[in-house]
Write a protein that binds this ligand. Structure first.
Ligand code: FMN
Length: 191
């Protein structure tokens, strides 16, 4: 039986490294189209434990300058190469969508489940970007876990960064990598 288009799209998904994501990024309508698919995630209790933060244009560069300052605060001996990496981190692609997880206390839905829902949003956004002809990569690094960076981005105390989804027009073909063998990962539980 031939694979369905849906399966073909799932199997064709691959990341494009952020440095290979060029102009143009998606226009506002195309971005909203992407997000419409990205929000269709399993969500126990329909809590919508996520939101989006768009980082584009000059905001990418000003965030880079802030990251340099913060990187120096965290480690006064940080190398010049690392600082340059931090400065440019958000400047390579035209658009970065920060998927913010906002878990709330709930008697039936533990925080872990709500974070997984936000992770699903990241994955769905990668898929939607690729389906619309863009390349994308899910990145985190130290800046996703640093409380000062979170505050600089305006996150509330209980909010977390599930991922920075870098999006742009592919400058090269996305590299394929070896994938796990599902048969080797599958076991029967027989009680
Ligand atoms: C939560 C999460 C965070 C990630 N953060 C980084 C990162 O900071 N730097 C990086 O090089 N790759 C990171 N990756 C891996 C890339 O997103 C991507 O999976 C990798 O480039 C392999 O490409 P593939 O998606 O085609 O398998 C992260 C992946 C996940 C799921």
């Amino acid at each position: 039986m031939p694979d369905s288009p849906a399966l073909q799209a799932l199997d064709a998904r691959r990341s494009l490294p952020s440095r290979q994501l060029g102009e143009p990024g998606p226009d506002p309508d195309t971005l909203l189209r992407m997000l419409t698919s990205a929000v269709r995630v399993p969500d126990h209790g329909k809590l919508v434990p996520f939101r989006f933060l768009r980082i584009a244009g000059d905001a990418r560069h000003s965030l880079g300058e802030y990251l340099v300052q913060r990187s120096r605060e965290r480690d006064p001996n940080v190398s010049a190469a690392q600082l340059e990496k931090d400065r440019l981190r958000f400047s390579h692609p035209p658009l970065v969508i920060t998927v913010v997880a906002r878990p709330r206390p709930n008697p039936k839905v533990p925080e872990e489940e709500q974070l997984m829902t936000a992770g699903c949003v990241c994955f769905a956004l990668l898929q939607a970007a690729q389906a619309l002809g863009f390349g994308a990569q899910w990145l985190t690094a130290w800046m996703a876990f640093d409380p000062a960076v979170r505050a600089h981005l305006g996150l509330a105390g209980d909010e977390r960064i599930a991922g920075f989804i870098h999006i742009g027009t592919p400058r090269t073909e996305a590299p394929e990598r070896e994938r796990p063998d599902p048969a080797a990962l599958l076991q029967d539980w027989v009680g």
